[in-house]
Design a protein around this ligand. Structure first.
Ligand code: CA
Length: 228
């Protein structure tokens, strides 16, 4: 899942980004509203964590703009204020949830998980495709009864392919959803991670049971329910 964090306090931004990355989220950080808005427009994020009080374009404005251009984007607003009026304004501007500073990192994580679960794409908490099973909340995946030992990237790739099971997913789309902006990435690096994921699934690229390579640089997770 790809997250954009817009926060102007550098220490807080770095600490949150580090913590979220440790949980396996791909995180980009913007240090002001203008930059946050730009990144939000050009990239395809699953979740926006947005500070309300920003030095230039404030969080409400960023929220309004991105809400109108990216209707499916989930938005969690952070604020130092706890006045009822601000909550009303924040939620009116299109935020999905609200967290008042200071907060514990665990609470932020719980809100993030709850929002992602609430999202239509993640309504089903445990994903199942054939004998593959994946729990986005606990970040555990199984093939049959065997628990897979996956890296963050492999897990991200498998999760995304499972959410889109049966559909062709391009390497660019995987980069967009599984990596963050800082990474100077080539599609060859996606291939490396898919290769190691296949190895762990004991899948054979030439005769795939799970992940098919589609000519033109994409992948498709076979959905046994749709075969024949
Ligand atoms: Ca601030």
């Amino acid at each position: 899942m790809r997250v954009l964090l817009v926060e102007d306090e550098p220490d807080l931004a770095q600490a949150l980004a580090r913590g979220l990355r440790r949980q396996g989220y791909a995180v980009d950080v913007a240090e002001n509203g203008e930059r946050g808005w730009e990144l939000g427009e050009v990239n395809d994020y699953d979740l926006l964590i947005l500070d309300l009080n920003l030095p230039d374009m404030d969080g409400l404005e960023v929220c309004r703009r991105l809400r109108s251009s990216k209707p499916g984007l989930l938005i969690l607003m952070l604020t130092a204020r706890d006045r009822v009026m601000d909550k009303v304004i924040g939620l009116d501007s299109g935020a999905d949830d609200y967290l008042t500073k200071p907060f514990h990192f665990e609470e932020l994580l719980a809100r993030v998980r709850a929002l992602l679960r609430r999202d239509l794409r993640v309504r089903e908490p445990i994903l199942r495709v054939g004998d593959l099973k994946l729990d986005p909340a606990s970040r555990i995946a199984w093939v049959g009864r065997r628990r897979l030992n996956l890296t963050h990237k492999e897990f991200g790739i498998l999760e995304y392919l499972m959410r889109r099971a049966g559909e062709v997913v391009s390497q660019e789309e995987l980069i967009e959803h599984v990596w963050n902006e800082d990474v100077n990435l080539f599609t060859s690096s996606v291939r490396v991670h898919v290769h190691s994921l296949r190895r762990k699934l004991e899948d054979d690229a030439k005769c795939p049971r799970y992940i098919e390579t589609v000519p033109g640089g994409g992948y498709r997770l076979r959905n046994p329910g749709e075969d024949q």
